[in-house]
Design a protein. Structure first.
Length: 391
């Protein structure tokens, strides 16, 4: 074996996003013990940072060891018991994953299916909640497979009206657009570190509200997970009479997450949302000037995840390969029904800058021209720059 040196890439796919040097270097600081008093101080700061970011003063907030899927698994396995019903709104790949997971928890899953590119429709969700006494309602705030945002406020309110707990997937939203656990009345929220937080992948910020905590305490059966059993985890993350060993925390990954939260607070969370919005607007102007179409309606578009249709006669995978090879630019392909038909371009966290958009436009124009699809890069750059404003 030899030392691995990754190639230099510009990460503009659906995640991971670019990680700044300060966040990477934080992860390289000396490893200390996971029960060291200094480390416990850092854990408390991370909990505080996540509480502010989720806007969840009444929730227990902590980062789970594992990727975004760990948060999904923790939410579903802690809330559901065998035989209970859950309504899952499916408008892309990640809603579908939630449904599959709930089946593994032994739950009865009522899926409310939507067409790709559509936000979750509260009226259809309400009909499903009326039909069955569901224990929970699960949906995705920012569906990464389609670039669509759904409005969590009305959905969480419906769950509450029907006596169900709400589970909100915020993997791609946290840090890029407002997440408001308290304002929405959301019961459980989870995210990932590798999207708009721009920390390395491998941790899942998680928030459990008071109603959800009561439901966990009232379970008749033990959760079908040990690692993500909420009560056991809390013994380590907030044990009142001292913290007890549960698992060996990913110490250095937590240093990086801490630094990413510090960087976000230094920038200002509202400023970070505004940056994502502005960069998205420049991106849309640029790709439209290249003659490309975005299939998602403007009001439902996520600023941090942009879906662009590949024009007729252009092989989308070949275009991606050229962009990676000649420019080091990584973008994503389509998933599900959109596989082979669209590109997914992430402008998340540290990857959400005007410079990233300009590089994307150069690389995309080159990839289109290589396949005989004439495109004028200067027109696209000018259109994007006009939205970004003066230098
Ligand atoms: C909306 C959404 N939910 C869940 C996940 C799963 O996260 P991970 O890949 O970190 O397990 C992703 C990953 O892209 C996602 O975009």
């Amino acid at each position: 074996m030899r030392t691995f040196h990754p190639p230099r890439r510009v990460l503009l796919g659906p995640g991971p996003s670019e990680v700044s040097s300060r966040v990477l270097l934080a992860g390289a600081r000396p490893t200390i013990g996971h029960l060291d008093p200094a480390f416990i101080g850092l854990m408390d700061e991370i909990k505080g940072g996540l509480t502010r970011l989720f806007r969840a003063p009444q929730h227990a907030c902590l980062p789970l060891p594992g990727p975004g899927t760990a948060g999904m698994e923790a939410a579903i396995m802690n809330l559901l018991e065998p035989g209970q019903a859950i309504v899952v709104a499916v408008n892309g790949v990640f809603g579908r994953r939630m449904g599959e997971m709930a089946e593994r928890a032994g739950a009865e899953v009522i899926r409310v299916e939507h067409a790709m590119g559509e936000p979750v429709d509260p009226a259809r969700v309400e009909a499903a909640l009326w039909a069955r006494g569901a224990k929970a309602l699960a949906f995705v705030h920012a569906e990464t497979s389609t670039g669509v945002v759904s409005d969590p406020g009305p959905l969480c309110a419906l769950a509450r009206e029907h006596g169900a707990l709400s589970i909100v997937d915020c993997v791609t939203s946290l840090g890029g657009i407002p997440v408001d656990a308290a304002g929405w009345g959301a019961d459980v929220l989870y995210s990932g570190t590798q999207k708009c937080l721009s920390a390395p992948p491998g941790l899942s910020p998680f928030a459990l509200g008071p109603r959800a905590r009561e439901a966990v305490a009232a379970r008749k059966t033990r959760a079908r997970t040990w690692l993500y059993d909420f009560d056991l985890l809390m013994g380590y993350w907030s044990g009142t009479g001292g913290r007890s060993y549960h698992h060996t925390a990913p110490i250095n990954a937590l240093y990086s997450l801490h630094e990413a939260l510090v960087a976000l607070e230094e920038e200002g969370v509202e400023q970070a949302f505004a940056r994502h919005r502005r960069v998205h607007e420049g991106f849309v102007a640029g790709v439209e000037a290249l003659g490309l179409r975005l299939p998602v309606a403007p009001a439902a578009r996520l600023p941090q995840l942009n879906v662009v249709e590949a024009p007729l006669g252009v092989d989308e995978a070949r275009a991606r390969a050229l962009m990676l090879d000649r420019f080091g630019v990584e973008i994503g392909g389509g998933l599900g029904d959109w596989a082979g038909r669209v590109w997914r371009v992430g402008l998340m966290g540290a990857s959400a800058t005007p410079g990233h958009v300009r590089l994307f436009l150069e690389a995309m124009a080159s990839a289109l021209n290589a396949q005989g699809h004439a495109s004028n890069v200067q027109v696209a750059l000018d259109a994007a720059d006009a939205r970004f404003g003066p230098v």
